[in-house]
Design a protein around this ligand. Structure first.
Ligand code: FUB
Ligand code: ZN
Length: 647
């Protein structure tokens, strides 16, 4: 199958990703010293290692994103940068396959210590993922050879290891399963399975994590001492001053809750075995990477005993622990889940990576179940909780994404922990992989993105999608296999009504198959989505047109979400809206009461040209403007709120 994006919403963003974001990220990796960490080992460069112990992963994630982008935008300058980094990695890797600059530079005789905290396996995981993407994009083996050496090292060191030797930050499992998919080397599948099956079986986790924490503190102190000594002899040495996360307001007692999360293993999902992890808990990125890997393992092995916990934890997350943007992570510090209905917009952490991890998981669940709720949430996060993470120029980012802000939250060029930017870029780089699946019965349309699709189950077709701003989607058949085939069209949860025409004639399939309603804490319910089967003998030249109505929706949270009782979030189609003070001079957006019967849609101008804005009046007759949430924070420091009070 080959997909070519055609002019439209996503073609523009993918261009921006390829022409700006990926090169900006490389510049920031250089400026922050991340690439020099490899040069210290590979070339004896005289400088001091910078960044967290997991900094290698930022270079690998960039390489992963660059490879995926290169497959579609084969830019010579991108190839040069990739080859330069691959050569550095090759020269850094040790003969037996191990590679982790933090140990190689500071603690050369130490390995696999503090696996719950220090990210060695996480870093090897992003290296392996980058190698798989690079092989698929270039058919070159340079990076894949490095990854296979590393993976074989892990097989040798961990295949017989116990529960305490499972990673505190999941990622290696996803990587090994991708490497298995590419190489068909069963050892990698077995090691991923081993890591997953061993989780949650540490006898007494507090003693392990306290021991590791003491060791991490001691190693950090030794590193800091060495740094001070280095600065003594190199007074001109300086490192880039990088911002941490944005000003996130913290609920009372968060420090204690974090400590308890860490001590019990809940933070890194070490408190339950995978078949018993039915509650979304702990760090949200770790949780979604874990569930993605478990779902991938289920797809590879057919082990259906893995499915119930995946479904139960997904349902509880969506029904009780997810914000209206599709964001997950109610609490700073934990960067993760709170209690059921604990969804205060001002504490919302909803890290960009968590939304991306949730999209990866949704995609695996889509392929396992073909239940439309998963593709619906993937779309909702694509346009809201993930999309908000990247600024309109592709060169500024959010790490945490509050749903209300009274200042102090601004987009940044980079972060001290720059995990989100390249995670976004690599996901955009694989957008084509989340759109369609095919089976003996026909084609499944999970997302609607303008593009030409060739030879998917002998089908070729062109899609023109007006989403997310307009509701018309047309599918023009260019070639079709003989015999009856079914096109399964996802009818989104947000499309209460729609019309379906074939070659200009209404189709009688528009019987409503809407599933039974499922209430959710946020008021966004992916459970309303379904696949509409349209079965016939398709001919070249057939034109299906699907027109979704895009009414403005005032979504109320469940009354058990105390912080937003009596307020609404405005949405239209797959977009969540917010009020930003820069569009509402003279209005206190945090206390304004809006009249829902005055709402209308008007196209924006200037910076917001072409964007459908929601306009209306407040109770005291003042005009107000709402814009798509993903677009906030692009015009300098501002205040914002997703939730508004209806008059
Ligand atoms: O743990 C390092 C980074 O922090 C990971 O990439 C994300 O989980 C982020 O929260
Ligand atoms: Zn991140």
């Amino acid at each position: 199958m080959k997909i070519e994006f055609t002019p439209g919403y996503w073609a523009d963003r993918l261009e921006e990703n390829a022409n700006h974001a990926i090169f900006h990220q490389w510049e920031q990796l250089e400026k922050s010293g991340c690439i020099d960490n490899f040069r210290i080992i590979a070339e004896g460069k005289q400088t001091f290692r910078t960044g967290w112990f997991f900094a290698d992963s930022d270079a690998y994630k960039w390489l992963d994103a660059a490879a995926r982008i290169y497959a579609r935008f084969p830019q010579a300058r991108l190839k040069v940068l990739m080859d330069e980094l691959i050569a550095l990695i090759a020269a850094t890797q040790q003969a037996d396959g191990y590679i982790y600059t933090y140990n190689q530079i500071h603690f050369p005789d130490v390995r696999w210590q503090n696996l719950q905290i220090e990210h060695e396996l996480y870093c090897h995981g992003h290296l392996i993922e980058a190698a798989v993407s690079h092989k698929l994009a270039t058919d070159e083996d340079a990076l894949l050879d490095i990854a296979i050496k590393a993976a074989d090292r892990l097989v040798a060191d961990f295949m017989e290891a116990g529960p305490g030797s499972t990673p505190g930050h999941q990622e290696i499992e996803i990587a090994l399963l991708r490497l298995y998919d590419l190489t068909e080397n069963r050892q990698y599948l077995l090691l991923a399975q081993h890591f997953l099956e061993q989780r949650g079986r540490v006898g007494f986790f507090p003693s392990l994590i306290l021991r590791e924490n003491a060791s991490v503190e001691a190693r950090t102190a030794r590193r800091d001492h060495a740094k001070q000594e280095y600065i003594q002899t190199h007074p001109d040495y300086e490192t880039a001053k990088l911002p941490g996360t944005n000003a996130a307001e913290k609920p009372r007692g968060i420090q204690q809750r974090f400590m308890l999360n860490a001590l019990t293993g809940r933070y890194m999902q070490q408190n339950r075995t995978i078949r018993h992890l039915t509650e979304p808990a702990g760090h949200a990125v770790r949780f979604t990477y874990l569930q993605t890997a478990v779902a991938m393992l289920l797809r590879e092995t057919g082990d259906s005993t893995l499915l119930p916990a995946l479904e139960k934890s997904w349902d509880r997350m969506v029904q009780k622990r997810m914000y209206v943007t599709g964001g997950i992570g109610s609490l700073p510090m934990i960067e993760g889940f709170g209690r059921d209905y604990e969804l205060d917009p001002k504490f919302a952490y909803t890290e960009t990576c968590a939304a991306l991890g949730n999209m990866f998981w949704n995609w695996e669940m889509t392929q396992i179940t073909q239940d439309a709720k998963y593709a619906d949430l993937l779309e909702w996060q694509l346009y809201n909780a993930a999309h908000v993470g990247m600024g309109t120029e592709g060169t500024t980012y959010f790490y945490n994404n509050p749903l209300t802000c009274k200042g102090g939250v601004t987009r940044k060029a980079w972060f001290e922990v720059p995990c989100c930017p390249s995670n976004l870029s690599r996901t955009w780089g694989y957008l084509d992989q989340y759109l369609y699946t095919a089976d003996a019965d026909g084609i499944w349309f999970h997302q609607y993105v303008s593009g030409k699709v060739a030879d998917l189950n002998a089908f070729s077709f062109a899609v023109e999608a007006g989403l997310p701003y307009a509701g018309l989607v047309t599918i023009k058949v260019k070639a079709a296999p003989g015999g009856e085939q079914t096109l399964h069209l996802r009818i989104p949860s947000w499309a209460e009504t729609y019309t379906l025409m074939l070659n200009g004639q209404p189709l009688d399939e528009t019987t409503d198959m809407r599933p039974a309603e499922v209430d959710t804490a946020s008021g966004y319910s992916p459970y309303d989505a379904f696949y509409l089967p349209v079965r016939r003998v398709w001919q070249k030249g057939d034109v299906l047109s699907l027109e979704f109505d895009l009414p403005i929706w005032a979504r109320r949270t469940d009354p058990r979400v105390a912080s937003t009782t009596g307020k609404v979030a405005l949405t239209r189609g797959p977009l969540v809206y917010c009020l930003e003070d820069v569009d509402n001079p003279g209005l206190d957006i945090h206390t304004a009461e809006i009249k829902l019967d005055t709402l209308s849609v008007q196209e924006g101008e200037g910076d917001l040209a072409g964007v459908p804005l929601i306009m209306g009046q407040t109770a005291d007759g003042q005009p107000f403007t709402a814009l798509p949430y993903y677009l906030w924070g692009n015009r300098g420091p501002s205040e914002m709120t997703v939730y508004v009070k209806p008059a």
